[in-house]
Design a protein around this ligand. Structure first.
Ligand code: FEO
Ligand code: CA
Ligand code: CA
Length: 744
């Protein structure tokens, strides 16, 4: 038995592979964009498009401009929180404000087909059975209303398809006594099959009866997409010679999806799942493989971190069938004699790292990996409200230390008639477009730089990596972004777009590699968009946590959907309430709303509230991970501020832009999860009266003593001596109101 707890595993996003020489901040380019000129300009999209579902003039002073009334003045409502903050907690339970109720809906192992037995939760359920059970580590999630005709119905709240990611696994509880490993080899193939089936995506039909929800075990819509499901490669990099494998000798398809972190959805009723830490799953022992690989291949592998034995040693099972490549395809070493890679899986890593579109309403449909949107450690994808005649725009983060923020702009312009066309609309809008990467400038402006072969130095003459064509630029998005001098950020996680005004928010979860001086190749200097360096001492031993251990949330406003410039400020800084408010607790958080390591980020389309979820290890001496609700302001509602960073004898002042402090009125802790969990993934019914939230990996950090179940780090949600399980909960307000707040 050799499985590791999460805290023992080195997680790729915590290490980072961006050793480029990019300045973490470029004060030259974009300085010509005056912050003032953008402030004066109006957002280029039709403002009515941002006020679709129940939003009437939220945003305080940014309320919709209206014609002066000629009769009695209209009462302008503003968005308000409707609950009292919950306290920080270390309990093995879900804490909610008074007046709210949570019920457990969908747990690890729960069956999703008739005839599949209840989950025993002792590790004895077969690997094959997991093709029809809930996967592990529930993550990003979306609720699609389901009409009586079996089709997408945007306003249906009583019946829907809940679609969610299963990002990773807790091997110690998935198997009877953890992963069976001998001399670096997985010796029980069924365990590996179970792990592959426990990754991916669930589609489940959910039904409301009264105020309570259940999922329909035998629904014909129920589906698991897993690490074994065939996927089409679509867009400019499909059929590239770099996609050729023994599974698909023309490079048109691949098998499976993994590390499905956060999510997105589309204006045409489909779901997108995002492949994050896929690189670690491949076995590629550089010491023996490098001699067989080209300089370009080695540069690419190093930049994406494709090296090592594979996170779970999936390439290695003893006794696996030689004719079925479901295990051997995780071996990315050059093993065959072909020149094109059609007899091995040397190119298999190029078929992962994408945005994957899934049609939840057609269970037999083939998911498509949308290569036009770039290849990196995708966190999520959030779109700007669509406007007829304008492109479809997505924002996407690459979650690893020092990585980048991206924007995708479709070539086709939005036709509302496409809203019912499913994957055909995906083919139209997501397979052909421009991909940009962000630069954040010192004056509060920013620039989107296009990643296009032949432009901005992305040619065969580039000295770090000789780009061959646009497919190569997309497969090696990170190298292209390095080449154009993008800004290295503090781990870009979720993006969320404010439906009230089209402004976008990005969680920068934390970064222990942020420094004040003399950065190594893997470290980044503080800069205006990532301005803090500090120590956050943890626990009674005051263990040092340095860099930016608590993270922040940055936001920006594009002048239009196609804009190549934007204006930004920092919406919120994570911190402990007692920390120095000048340079650490810059947003002046209190005991009712202090937090660390923001990750999940999502605007309710019903209420317009901003929800913030944490994936934290820094503040866990004081509290388990949590979810907060906020009333967002707007870019520029605060002002310029100087952060005076100190590290021993070194000090460095950084000028930045900081949004107005929210105070307890506009930011409150709504939920605290059970022990050793992460709160991630949130969805709502269109009426705003039910909120679905995922509780990921409770009890993951404590190595279990199987002979003594009381040793488990958590027993949530089943209680007693049960093994912990990742699960979806449903939150309702006891009086039937909308969740968290609304216009008042
Ligand atoms: Fe899977 Fe970046 O969180
Ligand atoms: Ca995440
Ligand atoms: Ca995270």
């Amino acid at each position: 038995m050799n499985d590791l707890t999460r805290s023992e595993l080195l997680e790729p996003e915590d290490i980072g592979t961006n050793n480029s020489n990019n300045p973490s901040f470029d004060s030259l380019l974009g300085a010509r964009l005056s912050r003032r000129s953008i402030l004066k300009g109006s957002f280029g999209l039709a403002s009515t498009a941002f006020f679709g579902t129940g939003l009437v003039a939220c945003g305080g002073s940014d309320a919709v401009a209206t014609t002066p009334p000629t009769t009695a003045p209209e009462v302008v409502k503003s968005l308000k929180l409707n609950f009292n903050a919950v306290a920080k907690s270390l309990a093995d339970a879900v804490s909610l404000p008074a007046g709210y109720t949570a019920t457990v809906l969908y747990r690890l192992g729960d069956p999703i087909a008739a005839g599949v037995a209840d989950y025993k939760n002792d590790g004895s359920d077969s690997g094959a059975s997991f093709a029809q059970r809930a996967g592990d580590h529930h993550d990003g999630m979306h609720f699609f209303g389901l009409g009586a005709d079996g089709k997408y119905s945007a306003n249906s709240s009583d019946r829907g398809l809940l679609v969610m990611n299963h990002e990773a696994i807790t091997g110690s509880f998935l198997h009877a006594a953890g992963q069976t490993i001998s001399n670096g080899v997985r010796t029980v193939p069924d365990e590996v099959l179970k792990e592959m089936n426990a990754h991916g995506v669930s589609v489940i039909e959910v039904i409301r009866s009264g105020s309570s929800f259940s999922y329909k075990k035998d629904s014909s819509f129920n589906r698991r997409v897993t690490a074994l499901t065939e996927m089409a490669l679509s867009g400019p990099a499909a059929k590239s010679p770099m996609m050729v494998t023994a599974y698909s000798t023309d490079g048109s398809k691949t098998r499976g999806t993994v590390n499905n972190c956060a999510d997105g959805y589309t204006p045409w009723g489909t779901y997108v799942t995002c492949e994050e830490n896929w690189a670690g799953f491949f076995r590629r022992v550089a010491a023996s493989d490098d001699v067989s690989r080209t300089a370009r291949e080695k540069t690419s592998f190093a930049r994406y971190g494709v090296t090592g034995n594979g996170t779970h040693l999936w390439a290695t099972p003893n006794g696996a069938s030689a004719s079925d490549t479901m295990f051997s395809r995780w071996n990315a070493m050059k093993l065959g004699s072909s020149t094109d890679g059609s007899d091995d899986f040397r190119n298999a890593p190029n078929t992962f790292g994408w945005i994957v579109e899934i049609d939840p309403f057609t269970p037999a449909s083939t998911p498509k990996k949308r290569t036009a949107m770039g290849r990196f450690a995708h966190e999520n994808a959030a779109y700007l409200p669509v406007v007829a005649g304008q492109p479809v725009v997505y924002y996407m983060g690459d979650d690893s230390r020092g990585e980048y923020l991206y924007k995708y702009v479709s070539t086709a312009v939005w036709d509302p008639a496409d809203a019912s066309k499913g994957m055909a609309a995906g083919d139209k809008y997501l397979d052909d477009g421009k991909l940009y990467v962000a630069k954040f400038n010192a004056d509060g402006s920013g620039a989107w730089v296009e990643l296009k072969f032949g432009s901005n130095g992305l040619t065969a003459a580039n000295t770090t990596y000789a780009f061959a064509d646009q497919a190569d630029v997309l497969i090696n998005t990170r190298l292209a972004a390095d080449a154009v001098g993008a800004t290295r950020m503090d781990r870009p996680e979720w993006v969320a777009v404010n439906p009230a005004n089209g402004e976008a928010y990005l969680t920068l979860t934390n970064n222990s590699n942020r420094v004040l001086a003399n950065p190594t190749s893997s470290q980044q200097l503080v800069d205006p968009a990532n301005p803090r360096f500090y120590n956050d001492p943890k626990g009674t031993a005051a263990t040092a946590q340095r860099g930016n251990p608590n993270g922040h949330i940055i936001r920006w406003k594009d002048a239009s959907a196609t804009a190549t410039s934007f204006q930004w400020d920092v919406f919120l800084f994570g911190a402990r309430a007692g920390a120095n408010t000048a340079n650490i607790n810059v947003s002046n958080l209190s005991a009712d709303n202090d937090f660390s390591s923001p990750d999940g980020l999502w605007f309710s389309q019903n209420t317009g509230l901003l929800w913030i979820q944490t994936d934290d290890g820094a503040f866990t001496d004081a509290t388990n991970c949590m979810m907060l609700a906020a009333v967002a302001g707007k870019v520029g509602d605060g002002g310029k501020k100087t952060i005076n960073n100190v590290d021993g004898a070194t000090s460095k002042a950084v000028d930045t832009y900081v949004g107005a402090a929210p105070g307890d009125t506009n930011l409150r802790r709504f939920l605290v999860g059970p022990k050793e969990c992460e709160i991630t993934g949130v969805a709502e019914t269109p009426d705003g009266k039910a909120l679905f939230v995922n509780i990921q990996h409770p009890g993951e950090d404590t190595k279990p003593n199987y002979a003594n179940p009381s040793s488990y780090g958590s027993h949530w949600p089943d209680g007693g001596s049960a093994r912990p399980r990742s699960a979806t909960i449903v939150i309702t307000k006891n009086d039937g109101g909308t969740i968290g707040g609304g216009l008042a």
